[in-house]
Design a protein around this ligand. Structure first.
Ligand code: FE2
Length: 250
């Protein structure tokens, strides 16, 4: 319990050794510690909680939610692509900390759209050349948003790379092949799978098999053949996940 009091004898902080006089202090069992050390210790405890990802996950999901609100989106696109990207990523690593970054990167892939003006972001109909120029800044904005958080470094790279294409025709940097983060190359396949199989206001989603055929047709151009091979290897799992998403047989 934190309190203040006058002492009639010299009491020292059990952490830093400084005398505690009339300043705020904390009784710690039979000992005392000064307020500064108490706060440091609490910060350390929070850091320990963060280390297991619990607090970070809540913050990252809150950020993703913020974008959903901004886009007037009530769907679960971001969570779906994050879960589906993990299915592919697990073929390449068993490192849970890395997988957590992949999940966060996929979840926040479009977070930079928070910085896109309403007139562009919420426009009904096709964007013109100038509007596309603005829209293409969203991976960079997203990377900038996340780059202040060292624990999100890999996720930030996925965000920056998520609109790149294997053949170099993507944006914002026109990266080729393995210049693009592996996780972003896996994500690109999943993002397209979700786009093709989801209902849109202007068209119905198509069957998983049709989406698969389209993705196979883009191996080596839009998509990394390695990512497409992982997709094919996990097709049955992904097909079932897409089926759950739609709540109907496809
Ligand atoms: Fe995007």
């Amino acid at each position: 319990m934190q309190t203040t009091a006058k002492f009639d004898r010299t009491i020292v902080c059990n952490m830093c050794g400084a005398p505690i006089t009339a300043a705020s202090f904390v009784r710690d069992g039979e000992a005392y510690c000064c307020e500064g050390c108490f706060l440091k210790r609490e910060e350390y405890r929070v850091a320990q909680i963060e280390h297991d990802g619990t607090v970070y996950l809540a913050l990252v999901e809150a950020l993703a939610e913020a974008l959903d609100v901004r886009e007037h989106e009530t769907g679960l696109h971001s969570k779906r692509v994050a879960c589906h990207t993990l299915v592919l990523a697990r073929r390449f690593t068993a490192d849970e900390a890395l997988l957590q970054q992949v999940y966060w990167g996929a979840l926040l892939h479009d977070i930079g759209k928070i910085g896109i003006p309403d007139a562009v972001l919420l426009k009904q109909g096709a964007l013109d050349a100038e509007e596309w120029k603005i829209m293409r800044t969203h991976p960079g904005i997203g990377h900038h948003i996340l780059s202040g958080a060292p624990f999100l470094a890999t996720a930030a790279e996925i965000v920056l790379n998520h609109e790149e294409r294997f053949d170099g025709t993507g944006y914002p940097n026109g990266l080729h092949g393995e210049e693009i983060s592996l996780w972003a190359r896996l994500f690109a396949v999943i993002d397209t799978l979700d786009a093709i199989t989801s209902d849109r206001p202007y068209r119905k989603g198509v069957a998983f098999e049709n989406a698969q055929a389209e993705i196979l047709g883009m191996a080596g151009t839009q998509f990394d053949p390695v990512a497409v091979a992982a997709f094919v290897a996990e097709a049955e799992t992904l097909r079932n996940m897409v089926k759950v998403k739609c709540g109907k047989e496809l």
